[in-house]
Design a protein around this ligand. Sequence first.
Ligand code: S3P
Length: 171
Amino acid sequence: MTHRIFLIGFMGSGKTTHGKQLARKLGYSFVDMDQYIEGKTGKSIPQIFKENGEAFFRRKETQAIKELKGDKNLVIATGGGAPCFGDNMDLLKAAGLTVYLHLSPGALLNRLKNSKNERPLMEGKTEQEMLDTITAMLAEREPFYNRADLIVDGMDNIDERLYNSVVQKLK
Ligand code: S3P
């Protein structure tokens, strides 16, 4: 019996928005891992990157995965980098069902340039620089994301498709 569903994928792929909908439909609770880390440290993500550095943040992500695997009936939206450091992808797969929300670099750029969330890894970049960064980072990260138990296209009608594929997989 799977008690936890981890949504993984690049920044701006809609893990939080669609994770909330999925949790509601399944009757599960929802946890956003970035917010969980902000709560534990008492700092915002940009503040953590600035004051403690990225390596510290990555350690907090591993710690969060280990802590959350004790809780039941959860949909968890992970940060975009979480599955791609250390043995986090193995930890995630052992802790629950992993679902990759897949979007093209162009679609991610459209969402990220309109997003109000502060993302230290995109800060101060022009649109072209953002697209180059997304393309390069996605190439590095997809080998991790592609290990997910389920890969769901993140474009149209995502909520319904996501729910149906998860329910099918949980049977
Ligand atoms: C990051 C993604 C962010 C957040 C941090 C680093 C990344 O989460 O964890 O800014 O390395 O891709 P979202 O994917 O929710 O934007």
